[in-house]
Design a binder for this molecule. Structure first.
Ligand code: F6P
Ligand code: MN
Length: 443
């Protein structure tokens, strides 16, 4: 069994190596440029102090880029945030695992760790300079993809409102068909992240519903019917009948993907499949396009303010769900730590306990999949349940388009066939999985 990290940065032909060599410095250069372009805004808001903060942040980030490119040892964090100690302890853990006592450095550590670490160091640059401490270095890109996906967002909102108004007493089959569509739209929404393209435009421009049929053959594992059964079982159970089912959606990217997740959350609540939807986002800007609380609120405000009738009706409804507590937004520092999810019971016990109260947890995106499976070099036939290594807070499902070298739960020979036909099938974002796991009932 090969279970070392799939992200082997040491091998100069690996996807991980290329990411660290090419993609991460490009992202850092864009961040530096963004801060520089905002110099006048910082001056207007904070005077000279703002300009000094801009200079210090840029010099910090340029140094960081140099450390990365010259494979320097990774440095402990020097800020004083809620998660600083956890990060520095994790770095020590990495150090203890080094075979030859070499210092942990950018090209000699697991990919998952260095990639997460870079985003945390970017945040360190901002937090160490309080006048610009709440500046989101990725905001521009996130708003841009939202506006560039307007057409697709309008299609989707229209489709949702039509489905909801036309459904008077739907039978189970009709409900299932609609559910499947909204689940798949949310799945393919994950194509639109900005980290894989180092911030280049990756927005959705065509009708998301119409493209579903042609995309079906790219879903390598499709456990949608098990997700559906889990929801149906809840409907029949006495306990959940009383309190209603709770779905937790672990969000990934802002822009079009977030809209697909909100639409799915709306559908689940509006047709009674869930009583409560809890959205989980990041507590600081992460992996270029991930959702923060500000992005979440901004997206709902923008949707409400749209001139398009159905789109603004969606926004108004979403605002109402939040006000009534049917929907809620949560963040936890664990989502922006480098830990794999099987560490959650020990390293974020409060979050694990919270998730145990869920009836279904939907994990969006590639990074969440890497953390679910520990980003290991698993054989493709290893069952998903095994790759989770004891992470079993509640029934859970990963909705992920493939953008990294890890994939489990395939039929024998499937992975080999794909490799022979399309060597980059795990990283080109063309394929997807809907992978479900249900913890066995306690005896
Ligand atoms: O937004 P997602 O789907 O988690 O993707 C994040 C991207 O960043 C990566 O970590 C690569 O840099 C990949 O896993 C993926 O391409
Ligand atoms: Mn992301």
């Amino acid at each position: 069994m090969r279970t070392q990290n799939s992200g082997n940065v040491r091998s100069s032909r690996s996807f991980a190596y290329l990411t660290v060599r090419d993609r991460l410095p490009t992202i850092l250069t864009k961040v530096i440029d963004t801060i520089h372009r905002n110099k006048n805004n910082f001056f207007e808001e904070h005077g000279e102090e703002g300009v000094n903060a801009e200079k210090r942040a840029i010099s910090f980030l340029s140094k960081l880029r140099n450390e990365l490119q010259t494979d320097k040892p990774v440095l402990p964090l020097s800020d004083d945030a809620e998660d600083t100690v956890a990060w520095n302890e994790y770095m020590q853990r990495q150090q203890d695992m080094m075979e030859d006592r070499q210092p942990v450095s950018w090209f000699k550590s697991p990919w998952l760790y260095v990639e997460c670490y870079m985003y945390r160091r970017i945040q360190e640059a901002v937090w160490l300079n309080p006048p610009i401490g709440d500046f989101d270095v990725f905001k521009e890109g996130k708003t841009q993809t939202f506006f560039e996906s307007q057409q697709a967002i309008m299609f989707l909102c229209t489709h949702l409102r039509e489905v909801l108004t036309s459904m008077d007493n739907p039978n189970e089959k009709q409900l299932f068909d609609h559910f499947l569509k909204f689940l798949q739209v949310s799945l393919w929404g994950n194509k639109c992240d900005l980290s894989i393209s180092a911030g280049q435009d990756n927005s959705q421009k065509i009708s998301p519903i119409e493209s579903l049929a042609s995309l079906q053959r790219f879903i390598l594992v499709d456990d949608s019917d098990q997700v559906w059964s889990a929801l149906m079982t809840l409907q029949g159970s006495r306990e959940t009948e009383k309190r209603g089912a709770r779905v937790d959606l672990i969000l990934d990217n802002a822009g079009f993907e977030l809209i697909t997740d909100l639409v799915l959350g709306d559908f689940l609540v509006s047709v009674g499949l869930a009583k409560e939807v809890r959205f989980h986002g990041k507590s600081f800007p992460w992996f270029v396009s991930d959702v923060t609380k500000k992005d979440f609120d901004w997206t709902i405000r923008q949707t409400m303010a749209s001139n398009h009738k159905q789109m603004s009706a969606c926004g108004v409804q979403w605002k109402r769900f939040l006000k009534e507590g049917v929907w809620s937004y949560h963040d936890h520092r664990f989502w922006t730590l480098p830990h794999e999810f099987c560490d959650m019971p020990t390293d974020a016990a409060d979050l694990y306990t919270d998730l145990q109260g869920s009836d279904l947890i939907l994990f969006k995106g590639d990074l969440n999949y890497r953390k679910l499976t520990g980003d290991r070099d698993w054989e493709h036939t290893v069952p998903f349940a095994r790759a989770l290594r004891g992470f079993r807070p509640a029934p859970l499902c990963s909705l992920r388009t493939l953008k990294a070298n890890v994939q489990v739960g395939l039929q024998p020979g499937h992975g080999e066939m794909l490799t022979s036909q399309e060597p980059d099938w795990m990283t080109n974002g063309k394929y997807a999985v809907v992978q479900f796991f249900c913890p066995p009932r306690e005896q």
